[in-house]
Design a protein around this ligand. Sequence first.
Ligand code: NAD
Ligand code: TYD
Length: 337
Amino acid sequence: MAKFLVTGGAGFIGGNFLHIMVNRYPNDQYVCIDALTYAGNMETLEPIMNKPNFKFVHEDITNREAVYKLFEEEHFDYVINFAAESHVDRSIENPEVFLKTNILGTQVLMDACRKYGIKRYHQVSTDEVYGDLPLDRPDLFFHEDTPIHTSSPYSASKASADLLVLAYHRTFHLPVTISRCSNNYGPYHFPEKLIPLMIQKALRNEKLPVYGNGLNVRDWLYVGDHCNAIDLIVRKGRDGEVYNIGGHNEKTNLEVVKTILKALGKPESLIEYVKDRPGHDLRYAMDPTKIETELGWKPEHNFDTGIVATIKWNLENQEWLKHVESGEYQNWMKRHY
Ligand code: NAD
Ligand code: TYD
């Protein structure tokens, strides 16, 4: 039996991770802390709230005193840090909270790990720390040793955290691992991000705002495949190592949007080209060879199957979407578009 602290579990990826792991490992204990920012939603945790091996604590990872108290009480074996501010466009509007949560929050968690002792601290990071690749070089991919080269305050904050994690390993011998994953999609995805936003807009016959010329490329991975990769790394990965995660599903934004429109039987005339994102990364593409060969990870979904499952989930969960689209979300949509 092991005890896990999972931060940011009321968000998209952390929520999916908990749904899978709480059921997969009934003998392990999972404690989730989440500050319930605009992106955190208790309804996401509803399917596991009553499980005997799950507990929720409403707390901010930057609150050092509260985090230490929790570590003292719970004696965690593993800490998996999903908690973050995660939307690039919001980081362009207001970088400060990104630095606070993504960098200082990571530091607080690792300090607690040093003070109370753990078997492994895992940092959930992103391909965005590598910057972008040119569109005319499809032969290039991000490898684990590709230099860090960030574009947005979001990616800069995630890269800073990664460097801090590796520094805590080298200097304090903290047992750490880092995963850097490509763009996720799937159930419980907050509808400010491309895929769920476009599904919602198409369903309402509203214009679909595509930044710039729509030719930027993202490497899409179904969220469950990301969660399985993290599970493998935490249990079998090597201390101090970085693992890239991605499934070679590169698509231009236009391809993604057109796929959604087609699946929903909506016309392409709903596409509207809008002002480009400042500093917009051109292409992300991961080389996942290391996690495939070293840990035997393999994705179960490709984009064709994953997008069908995702659209189906969104159609069947309009209540969840309606709730997260109330309040602060409306202000963001008005300010941004
Ligand atoms: P999300 O925005 O959906 O969820 C973030 C969660 O963290 C929310 O529940 C929020 O309430 C919580 N949170 C924010 N600040 C907090 C704080 N100070 N203390 C405690 N909880 C706090 O994000 P996501 O898409 O699920 O991303 C999870 C992690 O995965 C992030 O670290 C992100 O950088 C990384 N990641 C995301 C993607 C992607 O495509 N979404 C890809 C690769 C890596
Ligand atoms: P996003 O989901 O925000 O993820 P990230 O910026 O972390 O990759 O955006 C994915 C791509 O979609 C990115 O190239 C920006 C683009 N995009 C749009 O064209 N329109 C939108 O309204 C949004 C939110 C994103």
